[in-house]
Design a binder for this molecule. Structure first.
Ligand code: DON
Length: 316
């Protein structure tokens, strides 16, 4: 069975390098870059003018520009991978514990949880990501290390690691996440002791990887659930489900604008990275640490917007 097809109307992959070079030149001229996340002090020092972008084809060929090999803090991008790893293990049972609707609220919001009985709206807001990590912890005994091993294998980079300084900084400033964890535990929606869960979640968010690493590691979503070694992680429907949730919830209260501008399943992190998927065709990762007021990379969004405009590669 062919893993993917390339519709004749789409540009050939050989066009990716010139497109990336053109986007980087345009971004270089853009004055406003937003501000790095300052609620985690270890991230605040990043230079907002850094910019990198990578595109990976399903066969593992990867193109890049700028700081595309520079490791950065992956943060909420990791929520896509923990979701995939947990879904692969427990299947639809997960959906008894977390929903699949956009929240329309900021990523760290608490407000919906009480009147929705401790069931988070989706797996990408912090509350939902905590539920997923909790369930992966139960399944594996070490969610963060399971995730790290997966990212290393899929990217082909065994140097990927957790930045323990960032994890400690997150823990020190993690009162909102602690509140979310304890609140859901009160509803019986968390299995593990909350301090254990928080430690796993902060370590997960503190994994560092480059645009090249993340574009490659996201490849299973372009290959409809198939891992880099050809084995199957998810069935085709599950891969579709994750892409759909990325499109509708991957950038929180900016998901509508992301779909409008970029038109791809995507997932952002406050480290300034964004991954995106063109199902059946390629995966992307862009990084620039300056964020807008909703926690998404300003230059990253602009670059993905230009990519889909210049190539016509969107799901719409
Ligand atoms: O939970 C937090 O605060 C962070 N470790 C992750 C947040 C994040 O990346 C949100 N996404 N845009």
């Amino acid at each position: 069975m062919a893993i993917m097809t390339s519709p004749a109307s789409l540009p050939s992959p050989q066009t990716f390098q010139p497109v990336l070079d053109r986007i980087a030149a345009e971004i270089e001229k853009t004055p406003g870059r937003g501000r790095p996340a300052d609620y985690i002090p270890a991230l605040a020092a990043c230079d907002p003018r850094r910019f990198g972008m990578a595109v990976a084809e399903p066969d593992g060929t990867v193109y890049g520009v700028g700081d595309w090999r520079q490791p950065f803090s992956t943060q909420s991008i990791t929520k896509v991978f923990t979701l995939a790893l947990d879904l692969a293990r427990e299947g639809d049972a997960l959906w008894e514990h977390v929903g699949r609707e956009p929240s329309g609220n900021p990523f760290n919001s608490l407000v919906q949880l009480e009147y929705e009985n401790g069931i988070p709206r989706n797996p990408f807001i912090n509350a939902g990501a905590l539920v997923v990590t909790d369930r992966l912890q139960t399944q594996t005994g070490d969610a963060a290390e399971t995730l790290l091993a997966f990212l290393r294998t899929e990217s082909g980079n065994d140097q990927l690691s957790i930045n323990e300084d960032v994890a400690a900084s997150e823990a020190k400033h993690g009162d909102r996440n602690a509140a979310l964890g304890h609140f859901m535990a009160a509803y019986g929606n968390i299995d593990n002791p909350v301090p254990v869960l928080l430690d796993q979640y902060f370590r997960q968010c503190s994994i560092e990887a480059s645009c090249a690493d993340l574009a490659l590691a996201t490849g299973f979503l372009a290959r409809h659930g198939i891992r880099a070694d050809g084995s199957r992680l998810l069935d085709r429907s599950q891969a579709k489900h994750i892409n759909a949730i990325m499109l509708t919830c991957g950038t929180y209260d900016a998901a509508g604008d992301f779909a409008y501008r970029v038109g791809l399943p995507g997932k952002s992190g406050v480290g300034g990275g964004i991954i995106a998927v063109v199902p059946g065709h390629c995966t992307l990762c862009v990084w620039s640490p300056g964020l807008d007021e909703r926690g998404n990379s300003v230059a990253g969004l602009a670059a993905l917007d230009r990519f889909t405009t210049l190539t016509g590669l969107s799901v719409f």
